[in-house]
Write a protein that binds this ligand. Sequence first.
Ligand SMILES: C[S@@+](CC[C@H](N)C(=O)[O-])C[C@H]1O[C@@H](n2cnc3c(N)ncnc32)[C@H](O)[C@@H]1O
Length: 414
Amino acid sequence: MPILNLNEERNTYLCTMKLFPNTVRGVVQAIDEIFNQNRYADKVIEKTLKSNPKWGARDRAFVAETIYEMVRWWRLINEVSPSKDLYHLFGTYWLLQGNKLPDWREFNGLDAYKIKTKYEKVKDIRALKQSIPDWLDQMGAALLGDKWDEEIDTLNQQASVVIRVNTLKISREELMNRLAQDGIETYSPKGYKDALVLAKRQNIFKNQAFKDGLFEVQDASSQLVAAALEVEPGMRVIDACAGAGGKSLHLAALMENKGRILSMDVEGWKLQNTKLRARRNGVSIIEPRVIEGSKTIKRLNESADRVLLDVPCSGLGVLKRNPDTKWKLSPESIEKVQKMQQEILQNYASMVKPEGLLVYATCSILPSENQLQVEKFLSSEKGKDFELMEDQKVLAHESGFDGFYIAKLKRKAK
Ligand SMILES: C[S@@+](CC[C@H](N)C(=O)[O-])C[C@H]1O[C@@H](n2cnc3c(N)ncnc32)[C@H](O)[C@@H]1O
């Protein structure tokens, strides 16, 4: 029985897997880059896979998953490992999952019994068992109360792969059948009308249906955001923090590619990505626009039927897919991002027409980034023009998907 709380299917897969020196070396080198050279886990994984073109699909899956899981359980692994040697840390992770280690000299000094005994000693300390910084455990418990225990437990599990059907090109049923023909089984989660969940985690970006723009990879909770805007074909919509355009593309599909979406961001390079994705999706109503300063926003005063503020946030709702976030965040960085969120609300809300809708969204579970921001805005001078219609506090352990917050506000008539 594995000690760590990982799903069964994955453990079966890993337990039957033999370790190979070259892939384990790949993992160890990647971990060195992530923690000792402070690189982003996803970038390091991408580079590792690229520089080892001879690895097969199974090797690639092993390397990518092991790196992610070691990042996720980093604090716990370090706590129970006999040393900080990277092979010892890998071996400790492997043993903690209930696997056996081969007889390699790199693993000398690792004793499964001692590791288990150490684990038993720390497992009642939540921050250690869940492998999170103390400050995060304290903040989570203070802000989420009883719900924190289950929430952090869920956020430490692997995310399922969810796709959003591009309804401009294909229906959900048709896509489901098409993927099934390629041996990819999916199911439709209840309550998410454009989503399909892959029965088994796998890399889907190489599939022809993706290249043909029939779907995008997007978590089910994230798909609730565009739906909250209640768009209609022909509307003028502003996605003010559009990034690479995930929500803009969804909005375009909901608008049947009729009307206009201004996809804005302060980072121009992200909008380049939006353009490419729009082409693949068969979307022509997106106009990317870089925010140069307050003038860009002022020129759009009262111009939009709908404004989406998918603001920068701590990302604590998406820890399942970005486990390194917890090692990069700090109370100070969260405070900084909260300040930015309030500024965006204050400065961008004016782009909504009277009687139009403003949607504020984050992929965070912290009330301080979510409902408290909306309350602060509504009680401010600029917020007096708006009223809260409804909000959704999506927790990972309740929804089964990412943690999100979505508030729908209406601008009052003049
Ligand atoms: C949560 S991400 C958006 C994700 C995107 N909506 C999607 O669905 O893929 C937040 C985005 O806000 C952008 N951003 C940061 N500060 C901003 C600002 N002051 N105004 C507009 N966008 C900003 C970031 O560059 C980032 O792309």
